[in-house]
Design a binder for this molecule. Sequence first.
Ligand SMILES: NC(=O)c1ccc[n+]([C@@H]2O[C@H](COP(=O)([O-])OP(=O)(O)OC[C@H]3O[C@@H](n4cnc5c(N)ncnc54)[C@H](OP(=O)(O)O)[C@@H]3O)[C@@H](O)[C@H]2O)c1
Length: 345
Amino acid sequence: MQEVVHNDVMKRNVNRQWLLNSRPEGMVSENNFRLAESDIPKPKMGEVLVRVLWLSFDPTQRGWMARDTYVPKIPLGEVMRSFAVGEVIESNNNPDYNVGELVTGLFGWQDYIATDGKGMTGMRKVPKGIPPNLALSLFGITGLSAYFGVNDIGQCKSGETFVVSAAAGAVGSIAGQVAKKIKGCRTIGIAGGKAKCDWIVKEAGFDGAIDYHSEDVGKRLSELCPQGIDVYFDNVGGPILDMVLERINLHARIVLCGSISRYNTNVPFGPSNYFNLTARRARMEGFLVLDYAQRYPEAVQALAKWLAEDKLKQKEDIETGLENAPKAFMKLFKGENFGKQLLKI
Ligand SMILES: NC(=O)c1ccc[n+]([C@@H]2O[C@H](COP(=O)([O-])OP(=O)(O)OC[C@H]3O[C@@H](n4cnc5c(N)ncnc54)[C@H](OP(=O)(O)O)[C@@H]3O)[C@@H](O)[C@H]2O)c1
């Protein structure tokens, strides 16, 4: 299928591109994007031509569409920015990358990109033996976020109680498993729906699950964490963060990884139980995985070892066809993805 699409594109000599058409207000929609076609770019001196093969979908892209964040917003009319994996298919005297190599970078929602590899987050080679999907999931920003969030910010210790939200998602499922199987924590996940809750307990090995769609989260937290909460890995923000803050222990750590429940609204929502941070001498700390780039090899090595030892269950949700990129992206905000959302072009 992939080859058919590619050959068709080559024959037509076009580069399909999803452009940012408008900035989202409220829930992101298909109207925020526009499909266009342009010539396949020619690599300039020192550049390579990359055929994009796989796209990664990350909630942070919603922020990139709307405003300047930790990176400048995507200009209107430009290709939708996205982490991706591609293959170098042509080189115009670039000494660093060879034709045939798999590479990863911010290639965007398009078939081809000509680049010198020095863009916003740079371009990295996918290590030999790592399949492209894993390069974007377990070894991409989501697995790496779980690793640094649990280790460096959460500083989890054996015997502690660890709670994670969006627990069946790309970051949450790995964070919970590292906390449970590597760090020895008692691990509770919060997720939407029975299927996801069943999976985190039966497949991923969590000690308990809370379905925030159908259960009283506060009550269930009290039942499942009778000794209180030592580490909360927060992926969603909003009222769930408040319910956790009500139940934190002395010297608890709140890992602020993301707050997806607020990404599609402009209405601010602050935690009202923050005073517990003082009473319990606890700490809330945000982090960005991009700040850990120098230590990615350490994290990849550890995650690869745990995967080989069957300590990590890795779940991916794979769509196909570049034309379906907006639909795949919107699944993140409706809880329709189950595991790391990817798209195979
Ligand atoms: N700090 C960093 O460097 C960094 C890096 C990567 C990701 N992140 C953050 O990590 C979080 C998870 O990202 P991910 O890539 O792993 O995505 P993901 O968890 O695989 O997918 C998003 C999930 O969020 C949940 N969700 C969506 N809307 C929600 C809402 N209104 N309330 C509660 N839950 C909601 C849904 O799960 P349910 O069905 O369970 O609701 C959905 O499946 C995001 O906040 C993201 O921004 C941070």
